[in-house]
Design a protein around this ligand. Structure first.
Ligand SMILES: Nc1ncnc2c1ncn2[C@@H]1O[C@H](COP(=O)(O)OP(=O)(O)O)[C@@H](O)[C@H]1O
Ligand SMILES: [Mg+2]
Length: 258
């Protein structure tokens, strides 16, 4: 049996910012990725040939104006949406050819999702919200308890374990959602505007928490965001523009414009 604490070596003061595994395989790699939506006779090309490479163990922000394709890209990478054309490799494996069943299993075991609206079950306590994920994954009782308690502890919510979402602040609810995304010890976390509904102080706390989780557990974390606060927390900022990843220079220009 494994536990969260066995998941990856714990960081020390000397731990480099990115402890990259030696394998050299990217966590996420897309090649000429297209997603075209058909609305009657209208075609909307949300992704228009996205090429990107995200290294294992990195914390990456994906920015871009509203409608630039951020959510579409995140959903394709997480196997929630299917690209119209192109390839997605996760840890070297092409997910395009996988069956629905294999994708679902992979998502359940290897990917943590965090959304802007938290997505918690209102009638369940913080603990039960986290534990539910392990129930769905078929983890046995004792192990479920141990991992749920550990995940809630990691996000600083031990005293709030028995509280339901409506008894918690937005920041606390997002912490529950983070604990829930971590409890399965995923290799990859995908977050869509996770600080969108938080005030700037709380957003900073949450970003700091993400940063320390990525460093300590060597997960790969891709976060869609509008938030200008993120730059100091992440390893890299990618900019989507017109359905493509813009060059670094364009990204800097756009940052100046905003
Ligand atoms: N399910 C859908 N059906 C049709 N068009 C969509 C759908 N989802 C997104 N789009 C369109 O694709 C483009 C990119 O959307 P989205 O990925 O949500 O952008 P962002 O997250 O950057 O705001 C937009 O023009 C949007 O209207
Ligand atoms: Mg979006």
């Amino acid at each position: 049996m494994s536990s969260i604490s066995e998941f990856a070596p714990v960081a020390t003061a000397e731990t480099p910012k990115r402890s990259r595994p030696v394998s050299g395989v990217a966590a996420i790699e897309t090649t000429d990725l297209w997603r075209i939506y058909h609305l009657g006779s209208l075609e909307v090309a949300a992704l228009q040939g996205v090429n990107l490479r995200i290294e294992q163990g990195s914390f990456v922000a994906l920015k871009g104006r509203s409608g630039s394709g951020k959510t579409t890209l995140l959903n394709c990478i997480g196997g929630l949406d299917k690209p119209s054309k192109g390839q997605i490799r996760i840890l070297g494996e092409e997910i395009g050819g996988w069956s629905e069943r294999k994708l679902t299993e992979w998502r359940r075991m290897q990917v943590g999702f965090i959304f802007q609206s938290f997505g918690l079950m209102p009638s369940l306590s913080a603990y039960e919200n986290v534990e539910l994920i392990l129930r769905i994954s078929g983890v046995k009782g004792k192990e479920r308890h141990k991992r749920s308690v550990e995940a809630l502890d990691l996000v600083g919510l031990t005293p709030w374990m028995d509280h339901r979402p409506f008894e918690m602040s937005g920041g606390q609810q997002q912490r529950v959602a983070i604990a829930r995304s971590l409890v399965n010890q995923p290799k990859l976390i995908l977050a869509d505007e996770p600080t969108g509904e938080l005030d700037s102080n709380t957003a900073k706390e949450i970003l700091g928490l993400f940063q320390s989780i990525v460093r300590e557990r060597n997960m790969t974390f891709l976060m869609v965001t509008h938030d200008s606060l993120v730059d100091e927390f992440v390893d890299e900022v990618l900019l989507l523009r017109d359905g493509q990843v813009a060059s670094k220079l364009d990204a800097e220009e756009e940052a100046v414009e905003q």
